[in-house]
Ligand binder design. Sequence first.
Ligand code: SF4
Ligand code: SF4
Length: 473
Amino acid sequence: MKYDPKSSVAEEFINDEEIRECLEYAEKNKHNAALIDSILEKAKLEKGLSHKEALVLLDCDIEEKNQEIYALAEKIKRDYYGNRIVMFAPLYLSNYCVNGCLYCPYHLKNKHIPRIKLTQDEIRREVIALQDMGHKRLAIETGEDPINNPIEYVLESINTIYSIKHKNGAIRRVNVNIAATTHENYKKLKDAGIGTYILFQETYNKESYEKLHPTGPKHNYAYHTEAMDRAMEAGIDDVGCGVLFGLELYRYEFVGILMHAEHLEARFGVGPHTISVPRVRRADDIDPDTFDNGISDDTFAKIVACIRIAVPYTGMIVSTRESQKSRERVLKLGVSQISGGSKTSVGGYAEPCEEDEDSAQFDVSDRRTLDEVVKWLMELGYIPSFCTACYREGRTGDRFMALCKAGQIQNCCHPNALMTLKEYLEDYASPGTKEVGEKLILRELDNIPKEKVREITRQHLTDIHNGDRDFRF
Ligand code: SF4
Ligand code: SF4
């Protein structure tokens, strides 16, 4: 197999030989100050790096250069995303699953975990609970099970979610994380109005992949790895990639995910909309220590920084798998989207209780409420944003990327963040959070560069205070 980013064959665009060559090259050059400097010079243009260049930065073990790498990641993060952090929540619909993934408690052989599939009425209750917290953007998740969770169930659920308007609440963007599927099903998801289609690769190493997925349809490495191609061919133009760090050697995964991004860019002219960086966590019958490739907090931070530098246009997501402390660190270095107040069990929002955690996919590290997370972000100087404007204005795929690359998207994100935060403060925030938020909005209004946009935003903030909702640029 020969490396070819334009190929539609999994083992050609994620090419093992190319990855191994890169690993060797980066290992040899990890103290090569001249090479590292030249890569940093290119990175300072803020247009990204190749997988090979980015790996040299990841491996770099010259302390002084590492400080430059972190500083550059922070700068790129600020230049592209300002101080905004987009908020979302996962919603688990069903944990029936026919696969045998060794790192997930929903695997078929787990006979003691409660299996739950939400009815449309139960989904309604979950969504109302999420709306009452203040969420506007969801990522729905199901196990793979053609009998219990057929595509019709997923489509009906999406329809239900979009239809619920409780008080001032609305879910304005539903991202979908379901198993790799056919062109036909991706077309149906597109027609149902999904936001991003999310599918984690788990590991890019084919041999490990096959061992970690011993049974079920997910065992097929090529079918899984080529899923984003089918999704994009079917018209879904925002896709979200991710690996589960801890399963394989992190350096391999790092190159793999960047190659995947390069492949999508080469074939479709648009890279992934987001990259997620989860780490293996403890769960029902899963002990993370079984996997001997766990990564330290320092390595995790370096990975985030180097992804930020390599693909500045791609949003980066961390979930509540990460602790408050770890999230704080990576927010600075590159993460642009986080979940808050998450429940990783099926039906966990409407009826939270201890036993409920039994059906959780993984243990949550950050257990704070959304209100607490929002307040914490604001006290750190971030603007929590509930914005979903691009999707709703049809700014997806290459239209979105073109705006990003022209540096224009910032003019929308900042006022939209302030207006959606204002909605949150009016409808859901505790008095303490509201007080911090109102001050922040006043301060941040001055940071909208165009006077006209600033004036319109000011007017809309008053309109929101007076009861109107859903303004956007
Ligand atoms: S990771 Fe997904 S496919 Fe694998 S067992 Fe868990 S729910 Fe099923
Ligand atoms: S304007 Fe678009 S890119 Fe910016 S935060 Fe909103 S949805 Fe995201």
